[in-house]
Design a protein around this ligand. Sequence first.
Ligand code: AMP
Length: 281
Amino acid sequence: MDVIVAGDRAGLVKAKHSLGIGASGATLALVPTMGALHEGHRSLIRLAREQADHVAVSVFVNPLQFGPNEDFSRYPRTFDADLETCADEGVSIVFAPSADDMYAADRQVSVSSGRMGTIVEGAFRPGHFDGVLTVVLKLFNLVQPDIAVFGRKDAQQLAMIRRMVADLDVPVSVMGAPTVREADGLALSSRNRYLSTHERHTALSLSRALFIGARGRTPAEVLAESRAVLDAEPGVELDYLVLVDPATFTEVGDDHRGEAVLAVAARVGATRLIDNVTVTL
Ligand code: AMP
């Protein structure tokens, strides 16, 4: 069946009605994206399809989550290819609003990500998580899915969305999906297309550092071994390398046992990349 493309709330209501979604009818899973779909997004869609009768994919490059010096205007936009990917993966609805559809000029109210939005990634991108949570809550309200699927590639984003759903009693169940990587370890990202061949080679040190660090037996060992890999790579400008609690993103102490997230953010040339792995101590 063809993908139904909707651009606003009325279009969504019509699409859902024609598919029998809602009330006690068919179930719907939402996969929010900023487009430029790759194999990582496909894996989210496949997981979503296993969980619900229909899948909606939103494609929206959210201006609210980009800082003034970030890549909003040059972020890749490949809508026709994205539609083909969605059709290929059996997506029922693509929701692709314009910025004007999403944000009224006189809007006032938004979601605050709290203290958790100011640490780790939030410390380097002020306002980013407020923008993410605001758009995700709006997408939840517009699409009204039963389930929403997010990648663990953006581990703090996933933790923050879980926090919002708990704190604001949002009636959507949130699922995390594993990070999809290239054969050589590089985490797939829409931003990888900014990398030159040489930069891509340099960028491989991020995943290498995480995999080597993850073999450590204590938090101090994990961080030291991971750090050594990054320090040996001249083209990597590190923003942070941290070992944090998966739910709160606060740094774990050296006596921590159980799961933790080893997260890295760095700039390679003009491209900022993030990655993480789960470590069991
Ligand atoms: P984005 O389009 O970059 O905003 O990402 C949309 C969703 O895809 C988010 O939930 C991301 O965490 C997820 N995602 C991005 N890259 C990957 C990847 N390599 N593996 C799994 N999920 C990913």
